[in-house]
Design a protein around this ligand. Sequence first.
Ligand code: FPP
Length: 230
Amino acid sequence: MEEEISVLPKHVGFIMDGNGRWAKARNKPRTFGHQKGADVIYEIVSACFNRGIEAVSLYAFSTENWSRPREEIDKIFDLLRRFLKKYSATLLREKIRLIISGDLSALPDGLREECERRIGETKAFSSHTLNIAINYGSRAEILRAVNLLKGREGEVGEEEFSSCLYTAGLPDVDLVVRTSGEQRLSNFFLWQCAYSEFYFTEVLWPDFHEKQLTDALVWFSRRKRRFGGV
Ligand code: FPP
């Protein structure tokens, strides 16, 4: 199947949906589903980078996710903290730049500090970027950019506006993968997804492995992208 991938996306965004349903189907608490969901993340991220994809964005916690039970929120934060600790040496060894999209100020101190440390120590890397969206909402990100530009004289162009987003300097998202059968964007990088291809699969996130990634990339490779042209 590999030879069928003739065009690679530069930037892939993953909406990692279906952890709760995966756990429910096994009579387990939702938090167990998040744990399993976290377990597959590095497999997918490293497979993307090994294939030559430049940037991977993961939707880990949205501004709307605060309405979930506290226990579930704490579990997701704990998984993020563990993920960053577990893979900190790997990020350095593999020269992967970590960026976080979202407002870190509302996060528990330990998690915020862990994020800041890993961002700082990988900031000089440029060939691969892992972008984790935490306490992220695209509308909030766009408003933040508007406010950063407030008071600036003259017209603002697309490039300048993009440079005020969390993803400054990254290519637009070429491919969005959403698992679990839901077909919506849920406030995920609205500006950056203006010309994305959308791949929806019934597979639940904890069951999304390299085989499923390959299927998504083969599908992407067959798309005819016209960017408004003919
Ligand atoms: C959506 O599934 C998933 C989330 C809101 C959390 C995703 C977080 C992780 C996979 C773990 C932490 C992340 C990292 C980067 C280590 P859902 O709970 O909405 O599933 P459901 O629709 O089946 O209920």
